[in-house]
Design a protein around this ligand. Sequence first.
Ligand SMILES: [Zn+2]
Ligand SMILES: [Zn+2]
Length: 410
Amino acid sequence: MEIIEQVEAILTYGETCDHCLGRFFGKRSHGLSNDERGRSLKIALAIAENKPYIPFSGTCWVCGNFFENVPEWASRVEEAVSGLEFSTLLVGCRVPPLIAENEEMVWSDLSLADPEPFKSEVNREVGKAVSARISKVVDFKKPDVVIILDATTGIVEIQVNSVFFYGRYQKFERGIPQTHWDCRACKGKGCEKCNYTGAQYLDSVEELIGRPVIEMFDAENAVLHGAGREDIDARMVGTGRPFILEVVAPKKRSIDLTVLEAEINRTAEGRVSVAIKRWAERAEVETLKSNKAHKKYRILVEVDGELSMDEFANALKSLKGVTIYQRTPERVAHRRADKIRERKVLDIGFAGQQDGRFIVEVLGEAGLYIKELISGDGGRTIPSLAEILKRKAHVTSLDVTQVDGAKEGE
Ligand SMILES: [Zn+2]
Ligand SMILES: [Zn+2]
Protein backbone atom coordinates (compact mmCIF):
# COMPACT_ATOMS: atom_id res chain seq x y z
CA MET A 1 0.00 0.00 0.00
CA GLU A 2 1.22 3.46 -0.87
CA ILE A 3 1.59 5.90 1.99
CA ILE A 4 -1.21 8.06 0.67
CA GLU A 5 -3.52 5.02 0.68
CA GLN A 6 -2.47 4.20 4.23
CA VAL A 7 -3.29 7.76 5.29
CA GLU A 8 -6.70 7.48 3.66
CA ALA A 9 -7.32 4.18 5.44
CA ILE A 10 -6.27 5.58 8.83
CA LEU A 11 -8.63 8.54 8.47
CA THR A 12 -11.58 6.16 7.94
CA TYR A 13 -11.20 4.94 11.59
CA GLY A 14 -12.16 8.41 12.81
CA GLU A 15 -10.88 11.93 13.19
CA THR A 16 -7.14 11.73 13.78
CA CYS A 17 -5.01 14.57 15.11
CA ASP A 18 -1.82 15.62 13.30
CA HIS A 19 0.31 14.14 16.09
CA CYS A 20 -1.25 10.69 15.93
CA LEU A 21 -1.35 10.60 12.12
CA GLY A 22 2.28 11.65 11.89
CA ARG A 23 3.24 9.15 14.58
CA PHE A 24 1.94 6.21 12.52
CA PHE A 25 4.86 7.05 10.20
CA GLY A 26 7.00 8.31 13.06
CA LYS A 27 10.28 6.72 12.06
CA ARG A 28 10.19 8.12 8.50
CA SER A 29 11.66 11.47 7.49
CA HIS A 30 13.74 12.58 10.42
CA GLY A 31 13.75 16.26 11.19
CA LEU A 32 9.98 16.51 11.24
CA SER A 33 7.92 16.45 14.39
CA ASN A 34 4.96 14.07 14.36
CA ASP A 35 2.42 16.89 14.03
CA GLU A 36 4.36 18.44 11.12
CA ARG A 37 4.49 15.03 9.45
CA GLY A 38 0.79 14.41 10.06
CA ARG A 39 -0.22 17.82 8.77
CA SER A 40 1.94 17.36 5.64
CA LEU A 41 0.35 13.98 4.93
CA LYS A 42 -3.13 15.51 5.20
CA ILE A 43 -2.08 18.28 2.80
CA ALA A 44 -0.61 15.72 0.38
CA LEU A 45 -3.85 13.73 0.50
CA ALA A 46 -5.93 16.87 -0.13
CA ILE A 47 -3.79 17.72 -3.14
CA ALA A 48 -3.93 14.15 -4.49
CA GLU A 49 -7.70 14.09 -4.19
CA ASN A 50 -8.06 17.74 -5.23
CA LYS A 51 -10.16 18.48 -2.16
CA PRO A 52 -9.94 21.49 0.16
CA TYR A 53 -7.47 21.09 3.05
CA ILE A 54 -9.22 21.47 6.41
CA PRO A 55 -7.00 21.82 9.47
CA PHE A 56 -7.78 19.38 12.30
CA SER A 57 -10.29 20.71 14.82
CA GLY A 58 -12.20 17.72 16.21
CA THR A 59 -11.49 15.07 18.84
CA CYS A 60 -8.81 12.54 17.96
CA TRP A 61 -10.10 8.95 18.18
CA VAL A 62 -6.61 7.67 19.08
CA CYS A 63 -5.50 10.00 21.83
CA GLY A 64 -8.48 12.19 22.73
CA ASN A 65 -6.35 15.28 21.92
CA PHE A 66 -3.79 14.46 24.59
CA PHE A 67 -1.16 16.70 22.99
CA GLU A 68 -3.22 19.86 23.49
CA ASN A 69 -2.52 19.33 27.18
CA VAL A 70 1.26 19.21 26.93
CA PRO A 71 1.65 22.77 28.35
CA GLU A 72 -0.71 21.82 31.19
CA TRP A 73 1.36 18.68 31.94
CA ALA A 74 4.53 20.74 31.87
CA SER A 75 3.14 23.16 34.42
CA ARG A 76 2.00 20.28 36.65
CA VAL A 77 5.52 18.86 36.49
CA GLU A 78 7.00 22.26 37.26
CA GLU A 79 4.84 22.44 40.36
CA ALA A 80 5.69 18.89 41.43
CA VAL A 81 9.45 19.49 41.29
CA SER A 82 9.43 22.89 42.92
CA GLY A 83 11.68 22.92 45.96
CA LEU A 84 13.82 20.12 44.54
CA GLU A 85 17.41 20.79 43.56
CA PHE A 86 18.47 18.84 40.47
CA SER A 87 20.02 19.40 37.07
CA THR A 88 18.96 16.46 34.89
CA LEU A 89 15.61 14.79 34.40
CA LEU A 90 13.82 12.11 32.47
CA VAL A 91 10.10 12.04 31.72
CA GLY A 92 8.21 8.79 31.44
CA CYS A 93 4.52 8.02 31.31
CA ARG A 94 1.89 5.39 31.96
CA VAL A 95 -0.26 5.08 28.85
CA PRO A 96 -4.02 4.53 29.22
CA PRO A 97 -4.70 1.01 27.88
CA LEU A 98 -7.29 2.31 25.42
CA ILE A 99 -4.81 4.56 23.63
CA ALA A 100 -2.32 1.70 23.30
CA GLU A 101 -5.03 -0.60 21.94
CA ASN A 102 -6.17 2.01 19.42
CA GLU A 103 -2.77 2.56 17.89
CA GLU A 104 -1.77 -1.11 17.98
CA MET A 105 -4.95 -2.01 16.08
CA VAL A 106 -3.98 0.35 13.24
CA TRP A 107 -0.38 -0.90 13.19
CA SER A 108 -1.50 -4.48 12.64
CA ASP A 109 -4.53 -3.77 10.41
CA LEU A 110 -2.37 -1.82 7.96
CA SER A 111 0.94 -3.61 8.61
CA LEU A 112 2.64 -0.28 9.28
CA ALA A 113 6.42 -0.56 9.14
CA ASP A 114 7.63 2.50 11.02
CA PRO A 115 5.21 3.72 13.67
CA GLU A 116 6.35 5.40 16.87
CA PRO A 117 4.46 4.47 20.08
CA PHE A 118 2.35 7.11 21.86
CA LYS A 119 4.46 6.70 24.97
CA SER A 120 7.68 7.87 23.37
CA GLU A 121 6.10 10.95 21.80
CA VAL A 122 4.60 11.91 25.16
CA ASN A 123 7.92 11.44 26.97
CA ARG A 124 9.75 13.50 24.39
CA GLU A 125 7.22 16.31 24.01
CA VAL A 126 6.53 16.74 27.72
CA GLY A 127 10.26 16.44 28.40
CA LYS A 128 10.97 19.22 25.91
CA ALA A 129 8.23 21.44 27.34
CA VAL A 130 9.43 20.87 30.90
CA SER A 131 13.09 21.51 30.16
CA ALA A 132 12.15 24.72 28.32
CA ARG A 133 10.23 25.94 31.37
CA ILE A 134 12.68 25.07 34.10
CA SER A 135 15.89 24.92 32.06
CA LYS A 136 16.95 21.40 33.03
CA VAL A 137 18.63 18.87 30.79
CA VAL A 138 17.08 15.56 29.77
CA ASP A 139 19.35 12.63 30.65
CA PHE A 140 18.35 9.13 29.54
CA LYS A 141 21.05 7.27 31.47
CA LYS A 142 21.46 8.80 34.91
CA PRO A 143 18.86 11.49 35.50
CA ASP A 144 18.73 13.14 38.93
CA VAL A 145 14.96 13.03 38.81
CA VAL A 146 12.51 10.75 37.00
CA ILE A 147 9.07 12.18 36.35
CA ILE A 148 6.23 9.75 35.67
CA LEU A 149 3.03 11.07 34.11
CA ASP A 150 -0.02 8.94 34.71
CA ALA A 151 -2.03 9.83 31.62
CA THR A 152 -5.16 8.15 33.02
CA THR A 153 -5.34 9.90 36.39
CA GLY A 154 -3.48 13.08 35.51
CA ILE A 155 -1.13 12.55 38.45
CA VAL A 156 2.57 13.43 38.25
CA GLU A 157 4.91 11.19 40.26
CA ILE A 158 8.45 12.21 41.10
CA GLN A 159 11.28 9.76 41.79
CA VAL A 160 14.39 11.43 43.13
CA ASN A 161 17.45 9.31 42.45
CA SER A 162 20.01 8.77 45.18
CA VAL A 163 23.39 10.48 45.31
CA PHE A 164 26.49 8.60 46.46
CA PHE A 165 29.83 9.52 47.92
CA TYR A 166 32.93 7.48 48.67
CA GLY A 167 35.06 7.72 51.78
CA ARG A 168 36.70 5.87 54.64
CA TYR A 169 35.50 5.69 58.19
CA GLN A 170 37.18 4.97 61.47
CA LYS A 171 35.31 3.68 64.52
CA PHE A 172 37.00 4.47 67.81
CA GLU A 173 34.44 3.04 70.18
CA ARG A 174 33.52 -0.61 70.69
CA GLY A 175 29.87 -1.57 70.87
CA ILE A 176 28.74 0.32 67.78
CA PRO A 177 27.41 -1.89 64.97
CA GLN A 178 28.14 -0.98 61.38
CA THR A 179 24.50 -0.58 60.38
CA HIS A 180 21.22 -0.09 62.19
CA TRP A 181 19.83 -3.17 63.98
CA ASP A 182 16.18 -3.52 64.78
CA CYS A 183 15.45 -4.47 68.41
CA ARG A 184 15.49 -8.29 68.64
CA ALA A 185 12.45 -8.40 70.89
CA CYS A 186 10.06 -6.21 68.90
CA LYS A 187 11.72 -6.24 65.45
CA GLY A 188 11.76 -2.46 65.30
CA LYS A 189 8.23 -1.68 66.41
CA GLY A 190 9.31 -0.32 69.79
CA CYS A 191 8.93 -2.09 73.13
CA GLU A 192 9.92 -1.86 76.79
CA LYS A 193 13.25 -3.62 76.17
CA CYS A 194 14.45 -1.04 73.64
CA ASN A 195 12.91 1.89 75.48
CA TYR A 196 10.52 2.27 72.53
CA THR A 197 13.32 3.20 70.14
CA GLY A 198 12.91 0.03 68.05
CA ALA A 199 16.71 -0.25 67.97
CA GLN A 200 18.96 -2.92 69.45
CA TYR A 201 21.78 -0.37 69.66
CA LEU A 202 21.07 3.33 69.81
CA ASP A 203 23.78 4.29 67.37
CA SER A 204 25.43 2.62 64.43
CA VAL A 205 28.22 3.80 62.15
CA GLU A 206 25.53 4.18 59.51
CA GLU A 207 23.46 6.48 61.70
CA LEU A 208 26.37 8.47 63.10
CA ILE A 209 27.46 9.26 59.55
CA GLY A 210 23.94 9.36 58.15
CA ARG A 211 22.20 11.79 60.51
CA PRO A 212 24.05 14.94 59.46
CA VAL A 213 23.92 13.73 55.84
CA ILE A 214 20.13 13.40 55.92
CA GLU A 215 19.94 16.87 57.37
CA MET A 216 22.28 18.57 54.88
CA PHE A 217 20.81 16.88 51.81
CA ASP A 218 17.28 17.15 53.18
CA ALA A 219 17.03 13.46 52.32
CA GLU A 220 14.70 10.61 53.28
CA ASN A 221 17.42 8.24 54.40
CA ALA A 222 21.13 7.44 54.25
CA VAL A 223 22.37 3.89 53.66
CA LEU A 224 25.91 2.77 54.39
CA HIS A 225 27.54 0.30 52.00
CA GLY A 226 30.77 -0.86 53.62
CA ALA A 227 33.73 -2.69 52.11
CA GLY A 228 33.07 -5.72 54.30
CA ARG A 229 31.74 -5.70 57.84
CA GLU A 230 33.36 -5.53 61.23
CA ASP A 231 32.23 -6.95 64.55
CA ILE A 232 30.31 -4.69 66.84
CA ASP A 233 33.06 -4.96 69.45
CA ALA A 234 35.93 -4.26 67.03
CA ARG A 235 37.37 -0.84 66.54
CA MET A 236 38.12 0.29 62.97
CA VAL A 237 41.28 2.36 63.07
CA GLY A 238 44.40 2.92 60.95
CA THR A 239 43.48 3.98 57.44
CA GLY A 240 39.78 3.29 57.98
CA ARG A 241 37.24 1.17 56.14
CA PRO A 242 36.14 2.20 52.64
CA PHE A 243 32.44 2.89 52.29
CA ILE A 244 29.93 4.40 49.92
CA LEU A 245 27.09 6.34 51.46
CA GLU A 246 23.83 6.34 49.53
CA VAL A 247 21.75 9.46 50.13
CA VAL A 248 18.15 8.49 49.45
CA ALA A 249 15.73 10.96 47.84
CA PRO A 250 17.73 14.13 48.51
CA LYS A 251 16.04 17.50 48.05
CA LYS A 252 19.47 19.11 47.81
CA ARG A 253 22.39 17.78 45.79
CA SER A 254 25.07 20.45 45.53
CA ILE A 255 26.65 19.86 48.91
CA ASP A 256 30.27 20.76 49.57
CA LEU A 257 31.83 17.45 50.62
CA THR A 258 34.48 19.20 52.71
CA VAL A 259 31.82 20.96 54.75
CA LEU A 260 29.86 17.71 55.02
CA GLU A 261 32.92 15.82 56.25
CA ALA A 262 33.54 18.44 58.94
CA GLU A 263 29.90 18.32 60.05
CA ILE A 264 29.89 14.50 60.32
CA ASN A 265 33.11 14.56 62.33
CA ARG A 266 31.76 17.28 64.61
CA THR A 267 28.47 15.54 65.36
CA ALA A 268 30.00 12.06 65.74
CA GLU A 269 32.03 13.44 68.66
CA GLY A 270 35.06 11.24 68.20
CA ARG A 271 33.14 7.97 68.22
CA VAL A 272 33.39 7.70 64.45
CA SER A 273 35.24 9.83 61.94
CA VAL A 274 35.17 10.02 58.16
CA ALA A 275 37.41 11.13 55.33
CA ILE A 276 35.24 11.77 52.27
CA LYS A 277 37.23 11.30 49.07
CA ARG A 278 34.83 12.00 46.20
CA TRP A 279 31.35 11.57 44.73
CA ALA A 280 30.51 8.02 43.68
CA GLU A 281 27.99 6.13 41.56
CA ARG A 282 25.50 3.37 42.20
CA ALA A 283 27.43 0.98 39.97
CA GLU A 284 30.38 1.11 42.39
CA VAL A 285 28.40 -0.21 45.35
CA GLU A 286 28.42 -3.88 44.33
CA THR A 287 32.14 -3.85 43.61
CA LEU A 288 32.84 -2.23 46.94
CA LYS A 289 30.67 -4.65 48.93
CA SER A 290 32.20 -7.70 47.31
CA ASN A 291 35.63 -6.25 48.11
CA LYS A 292 38.10 -9.11 48.41
CA ALA A 293 40.72 -6.93 50.05
CA HIS A 294 43.07 -8.30 52.65
CA LYS A 295 42.56 -6.94 56.12
CA LYS A 296 44.99 -6.14 58.86
CA TYR A 297 44.13 -6.50 62.53
CA ARG A 298 45.70 -5.66 65.85
CA ILE A 299 44.36 -7.91 68.59
CA LEU A 300 44.90 -8.60 72.29
CA VAL A 301 45.11 -12.29 73.17
CA GLU A 302 44.62 -13.84 76.58
CA VAL A 303 46.11 -17.29 77.20
CA ASP A 304 45.36 -19.63 80.09
CA GLY A 305 48.31 -20.27 82.43
CA GLU A 306 51.94 -19.15 82.26
CA LEU A 307 53.57 -18.70 78.89
CA SER A 308 56.78 -16.95 77.87
CA MET A 309 56.88 -14.38 75.11
CA ASP A 310 59.17 -16.66 73.10
CA GLU A 311 56.81 -19.61 73.33
CA PHE A 312 53.98 -17.37 72.27
CA ALA A 313 55.88 -15.82 69.36
CA ASN A 314 56.98 -19.26 68.14
CA ALA A 315 53.41 -20.55 68.16
CA LEU A 316 52.37 -17.57 66.04
CA LYS A 317 55.14 -18.31 63.54
CA SER A 318 53.68 -21.71 62.78
CA LEU A 319 50.45 -20.02 61.61
CA LYS A 320 52.18 -17.70 59.16
CA GLY A 321 51.32 -18.41 55.51
CA VAL A 322 49.11 -21.30 56.57
CA THR A 323 45.66 -22.08 55.14
CA ILE A 324 43.01 -22.21 57.86
CA TYR A 325 39.91 -24.37 57.59
CA GLN A 326 37.01 -22.66 59.29
CA ARG A 327 33.58 -24.09 59.76
CA THR A 328 31.04 -21.24 60.11
CA PRO A 329 31.64 -19.97 63.65
CA GLU A 330 29.21 -20.82 66.43
CA ARG A 331 28.54 -17.11 67.04
CA VAL A 332 27.27 -16.40 63.51
CA ALA A 333 25.86 -19.85 62.70
CA HIS A 334 22.29 -18.63 63.24
CA ARG A 335 22.50 -16.19 60.34
CA ARG A 336 25.00 -17.80 57.95
CA ALA A 337 25.08 -21.07 56.08
CA ASP A 338 27.08 -23.82 57.76
CA LYS A 339 30.07 -24.52 55.56
CA ILE A 340 33.81 -24.80 55.67
CA ARG A 341 35.87 -21.97 54.21
CA GLU A 342 39.57 -21.87 53.52
CA ARG A 343 41.42 -18.65 54.19
CA LYS A 344 45.10 -17.88 54.47
CA VAL A 345 46.95 -16.13 57.28
CA LEU A 346 49.19 -13.96 55.09
CA ASP A 347 51.19 -12.58 57.96
CA ILE A 348 51.07 -12.79 61.71
CA GLY A 349 53.45 -11.46 64.34
CA PHE A 350 53.96 -10.79 68.00
CA ALA A 351 53.92 -7.05 68.79
CA GLY A 352 54.42 -6.87 72.56
CA GLN A 353 52.48 -7.26 75.76
CA GLN A 354 49.80 -5.23 77.45
CA ASP A 355 48.25 -5.95 80.88
CA GLY A 356 49.46 -9.56 80.78
CA ARG A 357 47.99 -10.06 77.34
CA PHE A 358 49.78 -10.57 74.06
CA ILE A 359 49.49 -8.05 71.23
CA VAL A 360 49.26 -9.72 67.82
CA GLU A 361 49.18 -8.22 64.35
CA VAL A 362 47.49 -10.32 61.67
CA LEU A 363 47.12 -9.81 57.95
CA GLY A 364 44.38 -12.12 56.73
CA GLU A 365 42.67 -12.95 53.49
CA ALA A 366 39.23 -11.39 53.15
CA GLY A 367 36.77 -13.43 55.20
CA LEU A 368 39.22 -14.97 57.68
CA TYR A 369 37.57 -15.23 61.09
CA ILE A 370 40.16 -13.79 63.47
CA LYS A 371 38.61 -14.64 66.85
CA GLU A 372 38.27 -18.28 65.82
CA LEU A 373 41.81 -18.36 64.43
CA ILE A 374 42.91 -17.75 68.03
CA SER A 375 40.34 -19.76 70.01
CA GLY A 376 39.80 -22.69 67.64
CA ASP A 377 36.03 -22.35 68.17
CA GLY A 378 35.71 -25.77 69.83
CA GLY A 379 37.55 -27.51 66.98
CA ARG A 380 35.58 -25.82 64.23
CA THR A 381 38.66 -23.83 63.12
CA ILE A 382 41.79 -25.83 62.27
CA PRO A 383 44.60 -25.07 62.90
CA SER A 384 44.29 -22.42 65.60
CA LEU A 385 46.56 -20.77 68.12
CA ALA A 386 44.81 -22.59 70.98
CA GLU A 387 45.42 -25.92 69.25
CA ILE A 388 49.13 -25.16 68.76
CA LEU A 389 49.56 -23.96 72.36
CA LYS A 390 47.44 -26.84 73.68
CA ARG A 391 45.60 -24.45 75.97
CA LYS A 392 42.75 -22.02 75.88
CA ALA A 393 43.32 -18.70 74.14
CA HIS A 394 40.93 -15.98 73.16
CA VAL A 395 40.76 -12.48 71.74
CA THR A 396 39.88 -9.81 74.30
CA SER A 397 39.94 -6.86 71.93
CA LEU A 398 40.16 -6.43 68.21
CA ASP A 399 41.03 -3.46 66.02
CA VAL A 400 40.90 -3.47 62.26
CA THR A 401 43.82 -1.35 61.16
CA GLN A 402 43.72 -1.59 57.37
CA VAL A 403 41.23 -2.44 54.64
CA ASP A 404 42.30 -1.94 51.06
CA GLY A 405 39.83 0.06 48.99
CA ALA A 406 38.80 1.01 45.51
CA LYS A 407 40.45 3.79 43.53
CA GLU A 408 40.07 6.79 45.73
CA GLY A 409 40.23 9.55 43.14
CA GLU A 410 41.64 13.04 43.52
ZN1 LIG B 1 -4.25 12.11 18.56
ZN1 LIG C 1 12.07 -3.31 71.11
